[in-house]
Ligand binder design. Structure first.
Ligand SMILES: Cc1cc2nc3c(=O)[nH]c(=O)nc-3n(C[C@H](O)[C@H](O)[C@H](O)COP(=O)(O)OP(=O)(O)OC[C@H]3O[C@@H](n4cnc5c(N)ncnc54)[C@H](O)[C@@H]3O)c2cc1C
Length: 401
């Protein structure tokens, strides 16, 4: 195995969450990068919203970017979970102290990371859809994009999301993402008449589908739903369904549910976004030669635990520390995988288990779910999820075993 000395230039594929965050931490470690994004331009309005958990916020704090999230996000101290009949099944979280996280518009997080990267002189190139990768172990990687242009560097970081082209090229035998059987959809609604306790997210196992909402400053409702959906739909397929059809389906799904769900759904006039939910079976190896994968490209999770973005941010800081502190690239990548794998697999599993409860619509399943749910929520609330939320990576600690 070659010792290669400190690398100087990274090629980063993908400018979602992991890509610019990795570029920022590499910059802190003295390594330059260029971020290559397939989309033709930045789109700050795409995607709905996500929950940035406090472990993810902790990573942004290392970049001096946490205040913006606190300012613009909806703090979530506690989650109140109801049955379809309106019975309170449990409360997770604490109303005092630091929130479990913040609900933020996805575009806002993308924009904040992108603008910070640009402010620090990191280049982001759009319209660069990765086509091929030629990598070796001796600090060299050459890539070609679909527009025929090329780029090279000492190593490549694949931050190109769940359908990662990097993964398909360098690990062709890796398992494909697996469909959970659920889709997610949702939207925003300007309204000051929807009641919601500040700092609380309300979740309901509705009669036909799951529903969740929170309210920003008493005037804007962020809502989402999950429902069973057959086949293995792609995002594009769901996007091609006309809005009028989504509205009809979703209004029908929730028409018999407790207030204020039918009103929220009925009153939403802006676009309703829909996404299929996939997650990744565990990958035994996360790197090959001078290429390493992180974020959704290597461990995409279903959104039920609200941890995908936070895990991508954690990966970014841990990878940069490993490259900063371990001069042999292969060993640095191996240490990165070692430091991260058990944690992310535990979170992917945990999130999948939550999702399985959302499938139940048969009366017998519903009966047992509503019976068991208070116990599950009690244990989640008693600090058993601290392993997930209180994880901290200190930039100043050495990344060595
Ligand atoms: C419905 C839904 C709800 C979610 N809710 C939450 C939540 O509440 N909390 C949470 O933490 N997470 C949530 N997630 C998960 C979260 O969005 C992801 O975990 C996170 O975006 C991963 O970041 P990433 O940078 O690894 O990948 P992405 O954000 O997917 O970014 C990948 C980037 O790579 C680009 N790209 C793709 N292919 C190529 C190519 N060939 N060449 C160049 N560029 C390419 C893409 O255009 C994209 O910009 C949710 C996901 C979904 C689908």
């Amino acid at each position: 195995m070659a010792t290669i000395g400190n690398p100087k230039k990274a090629v980063i594929i993908g400018c979602g969450i992991a890509g610019p965050a990795t570029a920022l931490f590499l910059k802190k470690a003295g390594i330059d990068s260029v971020v290559y994004e397939a989309e033709a331009r930045a789109d700050d309005y795409s995607g709905l919203f996500l929950h940035l958990a406090r472990n993810g916020l902790q990573v942004l704090k290392e970049l001096g970017m946490d205040d913006q999230i606190r300012r613009e996000g909806i703090p979530m101290h506690a989650m109140k979970m109801y049955s379809g009949k309106g019975k309170l099944l449990g409360i997770v979280g604490e109303t005092a102290g630091e929130p479990q996280g913040y609900t933020i518009k996805r575009g806002m997080l993308h924009k904040a990371l992108r603008e910070e990267a640009l402010r620090q002189g990191i280049s982001i190139e759009y319209g660069k859809r990765l086509k091929s990768v030629d990598a070796n172990e001796l600090r060299r990687v050459d890539v070609t994009f679909e527009d025929g242009s090329t780029a090279s560097g000492d190593f490549l970081v694949g931050c190109d999301g769940i359908n990662s082209r990097v993964r398909k090229i360098v690990m062709p035998a890796a398992p494909a993402p697996s469909y959970t059987g659920l889709i997610s959809f949702g939207g925003f609604l300007k309204s000051d008449s929807i009641a919601c306790e500040p700092g609380t997210q309300t979740m309901v196992f509705g009669k036909r589908a799951f529903f969740g909402y929170s309210v920003r400053n008493g005037e804007e409702v962020y809502w989402f739903g999950n429902m069973d959906y057959p086949g293995e739909p792609s995002r594009r397929e769901l996007q091609s369904i006309p809005q009028a059809e989504w509205r009809k389906t979703i209004n029908g799904l929730y028409e018999d549910d407790i207030d204020p769900i039918p009103e929220i759904v009925r009153s939403t006039k802006d676009e309703i976004g829909a996404y299929p939910i996939y997650d990744m079976p565990p990958l035994s190896v996360w790197h090959d030669k001078s290429v390493v994968l992180l974020g959704d490209a290597v461990h995409a999770t279903s959104p039920n635990a609200g941890q995908g973005a936070s895990m991508a941010l954690e990966d970014a800081i841990v990878l940069a520390k490993c490259i900063r502190d371990i001069p042999n690239m292969q060993l640095a990548f191996a240490e990165f995988q070692h430091a991260r794998r058990d944690r992310v697999e535990r979170i992917v599993q945990y999130s999948r288990r939550i999702g399985q409860r959302k499938h139940a619509t048969h009366p017998v399943q519903v009966f047992f779910r509503d019976l068991m749910m208070p116990l599950f929520l009690k244990s989640a609330s008693k600090g058993s999820n601290r392993w997930m939320y209180d994880y901290k990576v200190d930039w100043n600690d050495k990344a060595v075993r």
